[in-house]
Write a protein of this length. Structure first.
Length: 401
């Protein structure tokens, strides 16, 4: 309605209040594409019994160890043809961070979505590591304003962390995850069989995310990991399955119950250790796996917490020892690059600036006053962080020698 005030016509504002509920299941299984396992067909099946079109994108690195996978997918869709229809030949894309650094891959997926007639009631299946799932999720979320996505993570890190959340992204402008969306999947299908062929680095890498969430949320879970660190490093399958399940559970609980699933605020507790990790990935030209960089980032933030008097020595030493027992390096040369010039482009501390920008302008770094309890701070002491870096360097040198 028009209101008269001081001879100026004003129009009363309209307010819109929208509440949207998202529900999706994270399943744990083995032999997902065996015709004796109906899980995928059950996830896709609908009440009208009409076959749904699917499009499949596969991590090329996965095919090196599972060369029969494409044939298995085809056989599976043929077997469940009343429920699933393969709308196009599976797309094979490079795995690892290369998937997120090449925007032409997004174009390729979206072009196939258009050509294959994939609609908002069809499904895109992303099969691979976390980077592939991130990129495919971004492509699917921006086609038709959102095509249904089923994630099939095949690495530890993707099954316990990146694959179970609501974020999708690619890298751009030299920055990690600069372009992305918040778009929950329809379902996540974790097939433990895929883990058996992982390289040791990829097996270990995903444990860093479990340590991250345990340190800030669940001291018993951290102790569980710490007690089994050497067994995990030796590829104890049962121990790893337990770690993946609990880690995924903690991540899902945080997303659902913390109150900010789409990160509209500046607080991101699940990014503990990540401000340095994201920058390290870039500085090493992605030589480091994401989880390897996170392990260093966790060690750095825990050491800083110890040096500032937040974290006691015993707990700090346990964290460092646990990371070492798992086989993580705690220092790489890029961590100390341009240490005397924190504003240099190749300084790790540029990661703080980029992290603040990514959060929306306010710095929020998670530190550790005790195992199982995080503490968010809005400013840090750079000289003490430099001291922490030198301590990690000394620890690494002592360990190697």
């Amino acid at each position: 309605m028009l209101l008269q005030k001081n001879n100026i016509s004003q129009i009363e504002s309209l307010r819109q209040d929208i509440a949207v509920r998202f529900t999706y299941d994270v399943h744990f299984t083995k032999g997902l594409f065996n015709t004796s396992n109906p899980l995928l067909s059950q996830v896709i099946a609908t009440e009208n019994n009409k076959a749904k079109s699917i499009m499949v994108v596969v991590d090329s690195g996965l095919l090196e160890h599972h060369p029969q996978l494409i044939k298995q997918i085809t056989n599976y869709t043929n077997y469940f043809s009343e429920k699933i229809k393969l709308a196009a030949e599976p797309i094979i894309i490079p795995g690892g961070e290369a998937a997120k650094n090449d925007p032409s891959l997004v174009d390729k997926i979206q072009q196939t979505i258009e050509q294959a007639g994939i609609c908002r009631h069809s499904y895109v299946l992303a099969i691979g590591g976390g980077a592939v799932i991130d990129m495919v999720g971004y492509a699917a979320a921006t086609a038709h304003r959102g095509v249904r996505l089923i994630r099939i993570p095949t690495t530890v890190l993707a099954q316990n962390d990146s694959g179970v959340g609501v974020k999708n992204s690619i890298n751009a402008f030299g920055k990690k995850n600069f372009l992305g969306t918040f778009a929950p999947p329809v379902a996540v299908l974790n097939d433990f069989d895929f883990l058996s062929t992982l390289e040791d680095r990829d097996w270990r890498s995903g444990i860093a995310e479990a340590i991250k969430v345990a340190l800030i949320k669940d001291p018993e879970f951290f102790q569980h990991i710490s007690d089994r660190a050497k067994n995990l490093a030796l590829r104890d399958t049962e121990a790893m399955e337990q770690v993946i399940y609990r880690c995924a559970e903690l991540h899902l609980n945080h997303i659902a119950n913390y109150g900010d699933p789409f990160e509209m605020g500046s607080s991101r507790p699940l990014d503990f250790g990540h401000w340095a990790a994201h920058k390290l990935e870039y500085l090493t030209n992605y030589r480091l796996r994401h989880g390897e960089a996170v392990a260093i980032g966790i060690a750095l933030d825990c050491t800083y917490s110890y040096l500032t008097g937040l974290l006691n020595q015993e707990e700090w030493q346990q964290i460092i020892k646990t990371l070492q027992n798992l086989g993580f390096e705690l220092f790489v040369p890029e961590l100390a690059s341009n240490l005397d010039n924190s504003e240099a482009e190749d300084s790790i501390f540029c990661g703080l600036v980029e992290f603040r920008e990514h959060l929306g302008g306010n710095l929020a770094v998670m530190l550790l006053p005790k195992i199982g309890q995080g503490l968010e701070v809005n400013q840090v002491n750079i000289p003490i962080y430099k001291q922490a870096i030198l301590m990690l360097q000394e620890i690494e040198v002592t360990t190697v020698s």
